[in-house]
Design a protein around this ligand. Structure first.
Ligand code: C5P
Length: 222
């Protein structure tokens, strides 16, 4: 069988990482969560009190920053300058600021270079917002996953509950809708379905159903 690249894009909390992780595990592929990379640099910028509107400064900092994604039995671990920040990058503060940081074109250029390097040998499942349109543009399989904002907020609410984090459903709907708007309306590689991506509306599908669908599509292309 052929080693392929799988690109999974879509709005916030659509279940991309759950599905991408699962597919990577079943195929024995590498999983790359590109959102974690944008979150990591956002975390560093907040910690260092950098103006999040200053794209040039942020890009200079990124150029001197190491961001590593390491698989572990507990899931993907994220290292920023060799320090583990897996949980820190999921904080409310980072979530609220990441779209502002991710809007800078030069910063995105550097991120894409790093992602291309990670994906160059195939056998990869990468998720994000611009993977099918700007990163793995020749991927054998491109998926664009979405669900209604209410359903996505409900899923994130339940996920947070499981992790012992209490959140407010209305607030989650607002936060997700705002992030979608910023990601879709930015000038630099906005969130948009690649022409050759397959659209999957997961609103009324279970994780197993989506996962099966994607595995079938992957196998057809191997
Ligand atoms: O996927 P996740 O929700 O962790 O992504 C966090 C943010 O990072 C997104 O809302 C978006 O602003 C940015 N992002 C991006 N391009 C990617 C992945 C994430 O702009 N490929």
């Amino acid at each position: 069988t052929k080693q392929i690249q799988i690109a999974i894009d879509g709005p916030a909390a659509a279940g991309k990482s759950t599905i991408a992780k699962k597919a990577a595990e079943l195929l024995g592929y590498t999983y790359v969560d590109t959102g974690a990379m944008y979150r990591a640099i956002t975390y560093k910028a907040i910690q260092s009190n950098i103006d999040l509107q200053d794209g040039e400064k942020l890009t200079n900092i990124l150029n001197k920053t190491s961001i590593e994604l390491k698989p572990s039995p507990k899931g993907q671990l994220v290292f920023l300058d060799n320090q583990e920040v897996t949980d820190e990058i999921r904080s409310k503060e980072v979530t609220a600021s990441v779209s502002e940081v991710a809007a800078h074109a030069d910063l995105r250029k550097e991120m894409v270079l790093r992602q291309l390097e990670m994906g160059k040998n195939g056998s990869i499942v990468m998720d994000g917002r611009d993977i099918g349109t700007h990163v793995l543009t020749n991927a054998e399989l491109k998926i664009f996953m979405s669900a209604s904002v209410e359903e996505r907020a409900r899923r994130r609410f339940l996920e947070n509950q499981k992790r012992g984090i209490s959140t407010n459903l209305e607030e989650l709907i607002e936060e997700i809708a705002l992030r979608d708007k910023m990601d879709s309306e930015r000038e630099a590689s906005p969130l948009i379905k690649a022409e050759d991506a397959i659209f999957i509306d997961t609103t009324s599908l279970t994780i197993e159903e989506v996962s099966e669908k994607i595995m079938q599509l992957a196998k057809e292309r191997m």
